[in-house]
Design a protein around this ligand. Structure first.
Ligand code: C5P
Length: 222
């Protein structure tokens, strides 16, 4: 059994989840999208009219919420109290507010605990902002994925148009910048490259090239 633990961190829309999913498939290990967990809590808080600055209320809400990441042939499903919220957590409403929810210390403590429980002695590729620094500080491989804001926004814009969604490139750029700014400057577990992480700049690379690069790094460690 492959028990390699791989942490992939980096700024918003750097392609982490697409790459992480493929790396996990190639290595036959599970993939955990931690951003989806913060998004799910944000979605729930909006539904319940919980103020996103209210740390105590959010933590209480999280403690009473069952969150499951279910692997399915169609990809990973996010199930909240039995409901599939995989699509609902990707709306702009959630995307543009999730960083506020993710700032809170006690919310993060509960999330990290749940994320660590998900791994339990098995191989995993986990992506997020604090995986190499806090969730899996002893990960076998740590990757810090970066790309220019322009490139990240262009990719997201293209993806939106392909899906038939309305999309504004300048708005995407500004939203990405805002989210990175909050994630990088929060007090608890900010977005930062772990000292022992390997930086991979994906600006001029295809998804397959990034996947191959990470697999090569993993093989070297095995
Ligand atoms: O990865 P994704 O873009 O879906 O993450 C959404 C947001 O969740 C991030 O912008 C960040 O605020 C938060 N997040 C976090 N720590 C993680 C994963 C995500 O703070 N490990």
């Amino acid at each position: 059994m492959n028990t390699m633990t791989i942490a992939i961190d980096g700024p918003a829309a750097a392609g982490k989840s697409t790459v992480a999913k493929k790396v996990a498939e190639k290595l036959s290990i599970i993939y955990v999208d931690t951003g989806a967990m913060y998004r799910a809590l944000t979605w729930k808080a909006i539904q319940e009219n919980v103020t996103l600055e209210d740390e105590t209320a959010l933590t209480e809400l999280l403690k009473n919420t069952e969150l499951k990441l279910v692997q399915s042939p169609m990809g990973q499903k996010v199930v909240l109290n039995g409901d599939d919220v995989s699509e609902a957590i990707r709306t702009n409403e959630v995307t543009n507010q999730v960083s506020i929810v993710a700032k809170h210390k006690s919310v993060r403590e509960e999330m990290v605990k749940r994320q660590q429980e998900l791994v339990e002695e098995q191989g995993v590729v986990m992506d997020g902002r604090d995986i190499g620094t806090h969730v899996l500080p002893n990960a076998d491989v740590k990757i810090f994925m970066i790309a220019s804001v322009e490139e990240r926004a262009e990719r997201r814009h293209k993806e939106n148009k392909q899906k038939g969604y309305e999309s504004n490139l300048e708005e995407i750029k500004s939203d990405i910048r805002k989210r990175d700014e909050i994630d990088s400057n929060r007090k608890t577990a900010p977005l930062v490259k772990a000292e022992d992480a390997i930086e991979v700049d994906t600006t001029s690379l295809s998804i397959e090239e990034v996947v191959d690069k990470i697999i090569a790094i993993v093989k070297e460690k095995q």
